[in-house]
Ligand binder design. Structure first.
Ligand SMILES: C[S@@+](CC[C@H](N)C(=O)[O-])C[C@H]1O[C@@H](n2cnc3c(N)ncnc32)[C@H](O)[C@@H]1O
Length: 335
């Protein structure tokens, strides 16, 4: 499993253009794009006027099985959690020429060489360690997701959303900045996990769910019908989903390793505000500080406190190396 511990950041566009930025980002190390020949920058798809990626919904193809061609599968197992299967990232990069990679983030091995390039590649090809922290937390409290509507925001490989799907969620929506990540990693990962016998149904009745999965009328990819997939920048994603009728509302939002850049805080906060149900919960997993980018829990907490909409509660702290946190956000009670 590929983990990244620190950020190697390249900034391709003015980061303040990402999201509805209200303040200048506090980047400690900005590596502005001096190399105008940067190939990654030449192949951007669906850029908005601001230079960031416009949101788009990705519909799984009818014949999903080809999503798994030329891939190598790995499995994450932890305690009582159902095993979660996911594709090996290096193999995706090695077989890039056979894949839909309009963003050129696989074919140029961007994922291997850089944790992120702001506005081009936001790190979704790796599985980041705070995702594992949050999975460990969910395992320790025995969280199930029966009947819940869940958003995995900044999903990357999508392990958190997949767990919710396997544990009885009614609907799971996945969002990542990069369309290549959604099409070549998230969607295949969901498919990989759809035909397991341990997928619970909405009421958490695993036996009946297993028998449904084995039914000849229901192909393995039937689980995909509970899922929707989106790429693009958060403000654009929000406009897209709010324009649907009815707009989605989520009981739970997962977001792991997404508060590294203070420029994104306004759009992230707005997504929580607009899409979380009043009694909903955001599970946020993060490092205390992101060296090289400048964001981190303390700055995000200050931002949230200033907005005065959500409470933040600490759920778990990991002390090894750079301190990491799992926190929950819930709406403040109003009279
Ligand atoms: C460091 S990766 C973490 C991936 C995954 N959650 C994990 O923990 O393994 C950060 C993710 O946040 C998303 N992201 C960050 N900033 C974003 C923005 N401004 N708009 C949309 N997505 C963004 C990207 O899609 C990216 O996959």
């Amino acid at each position: 499993m590929a983990f990244s511990f620190n950020f190697d950041v390249e900034v391709e566009t003015d980061p303040s253009l990402l999201g509805a930025a209200e303040e200048k980002p506090k980047l400690e190390k900005e590596v502005l794009q001096e190399d105008k020949n940067n190939e990654a920058g030449k192949h951007q798809e669906s850029r908005m006027e601001t230079g960031v990626k416009k949101a788009k919904e990705h519909i799984p193809p009818q014949d999903c099985e080809h999503l798994l061609e030329n891939t190598v599968t790995e499995t994450f197992s932890l305690g009582t959690l159902p095993p979660i299967h996911y594709l090996n990232e290096s193999v995706l990069e090695q077989t890039a020429s056979e894949r839909a990679d309009r963003e050129m983030i696989l074919s140029q091995n961007i994922g291997s060489h850089s944790d992120l390039i702001s506005g081009v590649y936001e790190g979704g090809l790796h599985i980041w360690e705070c995702t594992i922290d949050l999975l460990e937390y969910l395992e320790s409290v025995g969280e199930t997701f029966s009947g819940k509507r869940v958003l995995d925001l900044g999903c990357g490989a999508g392990l958190l959303g997949i767990l919710a799907l396997k544990r009885g969620a009614k609907e799971v929506h996945f969002q990542d900045y990069n369309s290549t990540v959604i099409e070549e990693l998230t969607m295949p990962n969901v498919l990989l996990n759809c035909d397991d016998d341990d997928v619970d149904d909405e009421e958490g009745d695993s036996d009946s769910a297993a028998s449904k999965k084995k039914s000849p009328e229901l192909p393995p990819q039937a689980g995909l019908t509970k899922c929707r997939f989106f790429s693009g920048e958060w403000t654009s994603f929000l406009s897209l989903v709010l324009s649907s009728d009815p707009p989605p509302q989520y009981d739970l939002i997962f977001t792991s390793e997404t508060i590294y850049n203070t420029a994104y805080y306004p759009s992230l906060h707005e997504v929580f505000l607009q899409l979380l149900v009043p009694a909903g919960l955001v599970y946020l997993a993060t490092k205390a500080h992101y060296f090289g980018v400048g964001g981190g829990l303390h700055l995000f907490e200050s931002f949230v406190e200033q907005k005065d909409v959500f409470n933040i509660k600490s759920l778990k702290e990991v002390e090894e190396g750079l301190k990491r946190h799992v926190v929950a956000l819930s709406f403040k009670k109003r009279d």
